[in-house]
Design a protein around this ligand. Structure first.
Ligand code: ARG
Length: 600
């Protein structure tokens, strides 16, 4: 259905509301038509469309130079790249999206978009919703494996990064109509459970009745049991036995395990709830029944070998093998991940499986992906199903070292979020909001700003770089921060409110005209939103969207400072532009997991 609408436009249907596809895709269609017309024998030519770098157009077609280097010296009508560009330009099918075209230097075809076309496209979005601007991806179902903390151990800032980036990518995929399985691959099946359960049995004989109160603070409990494990050899042996009992399904051990998991789960859920992140827990334990069968399959395919008592897979390009059964016969992180991948491909039928952890785990992922290729689960040539590991850098403290508390403990995420909220609340009170708002409004704003600040500070960086965590920086009202952006959005809302006009009615009765140069710049930036999301999600880089959002707010400011809105002759058109900007900003916020505020 999408496609038929998409082609309708090529057949001269000028109904803008029915054009789907990004501006770049629509232009690519036109460019392709002219490549086929100009070079009918070369069916491999694919259109190269980019946002214009110079000031002579909005977009450019970049095919001429490449074509020239292929045909140079051959007889024909072309004597230089420029003439190739000229030929492409001349054969472009007529389209109401284009105002004018020109050819520059080495054959770049510059395209100036038609202002009425841009205006209509924006207006259509306002009428039909931002959903009509969703990019179209070739994937239908994806797994995003993110957050994934370990039970009974701390959920640290690394998991926070995974949670924030993973949620944003999942949102972008969902917006692009991909079905996303949001998987929390919690570490709930490691050998640490033997130690924890044994400690529980020995130190809290009444654990079953006392319930979770017996354990109290799980992190202290973990530390105490670890201490005993390291110091007491007989305890260590009993703990190892306990793992066997647990994995063998012994009811008592199972119940104790569940109780421990439940405490962690509640702590994790509090963080997710505050961050507004939805996840479905499918921890390591879920896949454990699948491990033997999966290893059996790999063994049958001749992948598994014996090495120093362990069972391993040797892979080209690595000097260490991937261990899938430890020398004590136990399974490990890799065997679980192989089983999980098998499950995701065969049972869940996911086409794209995305994992988020710090870059430190890259090798683990590369190795088991490569084993999966050898097993024939993934195509060798990189088609679907496809796996991607998204690594990210460290969060640093002001001392340039790993982010820790003063007593060099791991920072608890709940404390971190409390602090973010407290600081943003203080800021709001300093700006006099306590007197203007109800206490509920103040709370809501403090949370939106505080948590938004933490998320944006993370997402705006290229995920591979380390970044320094600083409340001061992330709450700077004038920087490239969530606070600045939330203010910008609230200001637009207030412009519309103060106009006294009913935007819904303006949408129905009014129209948009782009005359002033800053209106045109704003208009073009707005209609580029779909392709920015497409880029962000194909390259798995949310910072692309942050950059777009920041630029949008700057471009809006320029427009607003040069084009009077309320009381001007162009009031209706300009109010609609304000509304479109606010809608696109809100969608950016949504995709970044930030809650927008209508007044601030
Ligand atoms: N639990 C792991 C950790 O905290 C992350 C798990 C990532 N997902 C996976 N399928 N290996 O480092």
């Amino acid at each position: 259905k999408r496609n038929s609408r998409f082609f309708a436009m090529l057949n001269g249907d000028d109904n803008v509301e029915n054009e789907t596809g990004t501006v770049r895709q629509l232009l690519a269609k036109l460019c392709k038509a002219s490549l086929r017309a100009t070079f009918p024998d070369d069916l491999e030519l694919e259109p190269l469309v980019a946002i214009c770098t110079g000031k002579f157009g909005d977009y450019q077609f970049n095919n001429a130079m490449g074509i020239w280097s292929k045909i140079k010296g051959q007889p024909g009508p072309f004597n230089k790249p420029f003439s190739v560009g000229e030929a492409i330009r001349k054969t472009l099918p007529p389209s109401d999206m284009i105002e004018s075209t020109s050819v520059a230097g080495p054959g770049f075809v510059n395209v100036v978009l038609s202002k009425p076309w841009i205006a209509k496209r924006i207006h259509a979005m306002l009428l039909n919703g931002i959903g009509t601007w969703a990019p179209v991806l070739s994937v239908r179902r994806a797994v995003v494996d993110f957050s994934s903390p370990n039970i009974a151990k701390e959920m640290h800032v690394g998991h926070l990064r995974s949670t924030i980036i993973g949620d944003s990518l999942a949102r972008m995929l969902e917006f692009s109509n991909v079905e996303v399985l949001r998987r929390n691959h919690v570490g709930d099946w490691g050998t640490q459970f033997g130690m924890l359960i044994e400690y529980l049995f020995e130190e809290f004989p009444n654990w079953d009745d006392a319930g979770e109160q017996a354990i109290g603070d799980l992190q202290l409990f973990y530390k105490a049991s670890k201490k005993k494990f390291d110091e007491d050899n007989t305890f260590k042996e009993r703990a190892q036995q306990a793992v066997v009992q647990l994995q063998g399904g012994s009811p008592n051990y199972r119940r104790a395990w569940q109780q421990i998991c439940e405490i962690s789960r509640r702590e994790f859920d509090q963080v997710y709830q505050r961050l507004g992140v939805h996840l479905e827990e499918m921890g390591e334990s879920f896949y454990s029944p699948y491990i033997p069968g999966v290893l059996h399959e790999l063994d049958n395919k001749g992948l598994i070998q014996e090495s120093d008592g362990a069972r391993v897979i040797f892979l080209d390009g690595y000097n260490i093998p991937l261990i899938v059964v430890k020398s004590d016969g136990g399974f490990n992180y890799a065997s679980t991940d192989l089983a999980a991948l098998w499950y995701r491909i065969n049972e869940e039928k996911a086409e794209w499986i995305i994992y988020l952890t710090d870059v430190g785990q890259s090798q683990h992922f590369e190795m088991f992906f490569s084993a999966a290729k050898r097993a024939g689960w993934l195509p060798q040539d990189g088609g679907y199903p496809k796996t991607t590991h998204i690594g990210f850098g460290l969060v640093l403290g002001s001392d340039g070292k790993r982010f820790r508390t003063r007593s060099s403990e791991v920072v608890r995420l709940a404390d971190l979020l409390d602090e973010a909220k407290a600081q943003s609340k203080k800021q709001l009170i300093e700006r006099g909001r306590e007197d203007e708002w109800t206490p509920e409004e103040l709370e809501e704003a403090a949370e939106a700003v505080g948590y938004g600040a933490v998320k944006y500070a993370d997402l705006k960086n290229n995920r591979l770089t380390n970044y320094t965590f600083s409340f001061n920086q992330m709450l700077d009202v004038r920087g490239n921060t969530a606070v600045y952006l939330l203010y910008a959005h609230a200001r637009i809302c207030s412009i519309i409110r103060k106009s006294g006009k009913d935007v819904e009615e303006l949408k129905m009765t009014g129209s948009i005209q782009l005359d002033h140069v800053n209106e045109c710049i704003l208009g073009i930036h707005l209609i580029q939103f779909p392709e920015i999301v497409e880029d962000a999600i194909t390259n798995l880089l949310p910072n692309t969207l942050c950059e777009y959002l920041y630029n949008l707010s700057e471009i809006f400011t320029k427009f607003y400072s040069t084009c009077r809105v309320v009381g001007s002759e162009e009031e209706t058109s300009r109010l609609l532009l304000c509304e479109a900007t606010a809608v696109v900003m809100r969608q950016c916020f949504y995709l970044l997991g930030i809650k927008p505020l209508y007044k601030l």
